[in-house]
Each structure stands twice: as C-alpha cells, then as structure tokens.
Design a protein around this ligand. Structure first.
Ligand SMILES: O=C(O)C(=O)Cc1ccccc1
Length: 297
C-alpha cells in the first residue's frame, strides 16, 4: 500500500496543497510529516514548503516532474551505513546533488499502550540504529516505509501491543505516548542527507566553503582496475572521502563505485584527475558539486 495511514492524511493533504501553490519553493522528502527527512528539510531550508511523499523515489519524482524545487534524501548513517537503494535511485533520477546536510538523529519508542510490545515498526535505518535496544527487550523490528509513517500506522491500528520507533514529533502529531526516549544505540548517531535539484550548482559559485563532488564510475573488467582508477586521485593530490561499490546488472563483472572527493571541476587537480579517470574506466558520471557542510576527518 503506497498510502499514508489515516492519522497522517489531513496534514499530508494540507502540506501538499500549500506546495502545489508554489512548487519551486517546495522541498520534497520521503516520509510522513514528522519524519527525520522532514526535519532535515526544514533545518536546511526553513522557509521552504515541505512536500511529504510516500517514498524516496516519489520525492525524487516530485523534483523531476516540477512538483518541488528540490528533495532532501538521507544517504548514509554513522551507525547503520548506507541507506538502501539510494545508490541506484540517485543516478537513475537524473537529478543533481546541490547540498549536503548532517543531522543528529534520536529515536523514541512510542505506542498507544504501555507494553510489553510484540513488535516495533519503523524505517529499516531506524531499526538498524536501535538494534541492541530492540534485542535486549525481545521486541521484533518490522520495516515500514518511514519512521513517522510507522507512528501514524500504529496510531491507526488501535493495537496497544505494537510500537513505533520514530522522532518525538511523530508522537505529538499522531497521538502516541512516548515509552522510552533516545533508543538509538549510539548517542552520536548522525545521518548525512543530500539535497537534489534538476539543475547542477555551478562549482565556480562555491567560493565560501570547501567544495565536494559526488560521482559514480564503472571500472573496466581487468586486473588492478580499481587501483588504476584510484591512482588518478592519488597522483593529483585529490582527497577521496567516500568510496562504495555496488553491482549493476547480473554479470557481476564490472563494478560500479559511488565516490565523494574534496574539490570540484574547475580546480585543475580535480579536472586532471577526472580526465584520467575517464580514460581508466567504462563510465564516469558526475552527480553534483556542493558546499561541504562538515569538515571530514
Ligand atoms: O523514516 C525517516 O524518518 C527518514 O527520514 C529516513 C531516516 C530514518 C532513520 C534515520 C534517518 C533517516
């Protein structure tokens, strides 16, 4: 079912109506009102009109179709690693990363009853970030599209034996009781979000901060392919801050990598590194250059 639970619908509809009045001011996010992505979007652009979408894919589509000026999407978490499917969804969307945003994430356990609980619903990232908490209490984690949506679902169910793991705001919005605060396993739990838009940011405009560039590349199916690709950055003194591999297609022959570097096209060292990379690989695609929001290291 790709529909928010009833307790969220009135608020979703009013936010959608406001966003439809001025789409370029709208910022789409995957999740119900009160989700972490909603809160990250508001921290990033307090004046923007939040546009709740059922999934991350729907939020990206909202930008592609002009229903929103940009989308705020979680990409990786300090505790639970990459956010599932984002590495496929971002390149497929045809959109560009124009900003990054870090947000401390804290989850609460919330419900209609007082427990004990058979199950807790939430986004898989939140369940992963609260793995020890759930295991210690024997609560089964069940995946839901987003944290706040899970809270609305629990409220709608009327079942006092199920709970949700979600931001505190979701309990206020959907009428649940906070059972336990701060259930995330690591108290420095942080998620990195990215803002995506139809048009890339011109790297030449990034003069007031360290620039970052995100790109994907597919290595050739030959010995030392990755070594040669990484050598392009090593010899040009470009700092790579992230590198993740994933498979595209069923051949399992040539791997695709998702990478972040410090710097942007226009910087001669980056230009030469990317030119050499194109020579060493099957494909290179830039996903965007943007201001670094947090110093790495
Ligand atoms: O479901 C949400 O609240 C989201 O925005 C996804 C998410 C979940 C957990 C941590 C960060 C983002």
């Amino acid at each position: 079912m790709r529909q928010f639970a009833k307790p969220a619908l009135a608020l979703v509809d009013s936010m959608r109506a406001a966003a439809a009045e001025d789409p370029m001011r709208a910022i789409a996010f995957g999740g119900a009102p009160g989700s972490n992505s909603h809160q990250a979007a508001m921290q990033f652009a307090p004046e923007a009109l939040p546009l709740p979408c059922f999934s991350f894919e729907d939020a990206l589509d909202a930008v592609a179709t002009g229903a929103a000026g940009c989308a705020m999407i979680p990409i990786e978490n300090s505790q639970h690693g990459r956010v599932a499917d984002i590495h496929f969804l971002l390149p497929e969307s045809g959109l560009y990363i124009v900003a990054e945003q870090f947000m401390r994430i804290t989850h609460d356990l919330m419900a209609l009853g007082d427990g004990p609980f058979e199950a807790a619903y939430s986004h898989p990232q939140a369940l992963g970030q609260s793995r020890h908490f759930l295991a210690e209490r024997g609560i089964v984690g069940l995946a839901y599209a987003d944290t706040a949506g899970a809270a609305a679902f629990v409220a709608e169910s009327g079942n006092p034996f199920i709970a949700a793991i979600a931001p505190r705001l979701a309990a206020d919005l959907y009428g649940l009781k906070i059972i336990e605060q701060g259930v995330e396993d690591a108290h420095d739990n942080t998620t990195r979000f990215v803002a995506l838009a139809k048009d890339p940011l011109d790297p030449a405009t990034i003069t007031d901060a360290q620039a970052m560039t995100t790109f994907i590349f597919e290595v050739k199916n030959i010995p030392a392919a990755l070594y040669k690709a990484l050598g392009c950055f090593a010899t040009n003194g470009v700092n790579m801050t992230k590198l993740e591999s994933y498979q595209k297609g069923a051949s399992f022959a040539a791997t695709t990598f998702f990478a972040d570097i410090e710097g942007a096209p226009g910087d001669p060292r980056v230009d030469v590194a990317l030119e050499e990379l194109a020579f060493q690989t099957n494909e290179v695609r830039l996903l965007g250059s943007y201001r670094q929001a947090r110093k790495r290291g």
